[in-house]
Design a protein around this ligand. Structure first.
Ligand SMILES: NC(=O)c1ccc[n+]([C@@H]2O[C@H](COP(=O)([O-])OP(=O)(O)OC[C@H]3O[C@@H](n4cnc5c(N)ncnc54)[C@H](O)[C@@H]3O)[C@@H](O)[C@H]2O)c1
Length: 257
């Protein structure tokens, strides 16, 4: 049976580990040739090697997606490897700063916005012309429940994710009639390095995110594969009439609060 992304060329930023890593593997299992883009060299190479060992197609490209020159070089390499065709861009790379607002610095603000927001701008700006040349392409961005639900000690992070929401919607509406769809996945707390560190740091600062709180909020912690499955749906033709949407992957957390 053909996979849900059979014959597609897909880029996954932050594709070495966590939910991005799960997406790299899942997209490849569904038939995509995957460019794993990440700053972590060893984990990125390992992810691509594992995919290939399981019969899939993948390669690793080292890139800090918050840096314009690195993004331009990485996308040029990928375009070459993909013979000039890119079907899907999954902008997943991102990070979190947990700190009381008044302790945060201008450098941290700039860094947060660069890694979480400017990265989407740079990657999308580099990839979109390749998609537009064929009149088709899907873009998926990782936003968060934090785009709409404020968490204490995460002002910079919440602000950056609010921008990811609007970046998604604005791209969708500008390029809808040129064959491009752009949607976002918005997870609750995920069992990844990012998610587990975030929970630990929030607890250390006295924010109510004990295991009991997580159970009350979202039933249990989200697994990386569950985010990857939502991204797969938005990347694939199965979501052909879904555009500019923000899909919450939080087991009802938002609707229950
Ligand atoms: N973990 C959560 O609870 C949670 C919840 C909601 C949203 N998110 C979002 O998910 C993303 C984080 O992913 P995760 O939870 O899978 O975490 P993770 O830390 O396990 O994975 C993030 C991946 O992104 C890569 N990365 C980070 N900065 C990069 C950069 N500048 N250039 C290239 N690669 C970079 C890392 O090396 C890593 O492989 C972020 O966008 C975050 O906002 C996470």
């Amino acid at each position: 049976m053909a996979g849900r992304l059979e014959g597609w060329n897909a880029i996954v930023s932050g594709g070495a580990a966590g939910a991005g890593g799960a997406a790299s593997s899942l997209f490849a299992r569904e038939g995509a040739h995957v460019a794993v883009v990440d700053i972590q060299v060893e984990a990125g190479q390992q992810r691509a090697a594992e995919i290939e060992a399981q019969g899939g197609k993948a390669f690793f490209v080292k890139c800090d997606v918050s840096k314009a020159d690195e993004v331009e070089a990485a996308v040029a390499t990928i375009k070459d490897r993909f013979d000039g065709r890119i079907d899907t861009l999954y902008n997943h790379a991102g990070t979190v700063i947990v700190k009381p607002f008044l302790d945060t610095t201008e450098a941290e603000w700039d860094w947060m916005m660069s890694v979480n927001v400017k990265s989407m701008f740079l990657m999308t700006r580099a990839v979109l012309p390749v998609m537009l040349a064929r009149g088709q392409g899907t873009i998926v961005n990782t936003s968060s429940i934090s785009a709409v639900a404020g968490t204490p000690k995460e002002v910079l992070y919440c602000t950056s994710k609010g921008a990811c929401h609007m970046f998604t919607r604005a791209i969708a509406i500008e390029y809808r009639d040129e064959g491009i769809r752009c949607n976002a996945v918005c997870p609750g707390f995920i069992r990844t390095d990012h998610g587990l560190r975030e929970l630990k740091e929030l607890r250390e600062l006295g924010v109510d995110v004990t295991e009991d709180d997580i159970i009350k909020l979202q039933g249990r912690i989200c697994e990386p594969e569950e985010v990857a499955q939502a991204a797969l749906f938005l990347a694939s033709p199965e979501s052909s009439f879904v555009n500019g949407e923000t899909l919450f992957v939080d087991n009802g957390m938002l609707v229950g609060t």
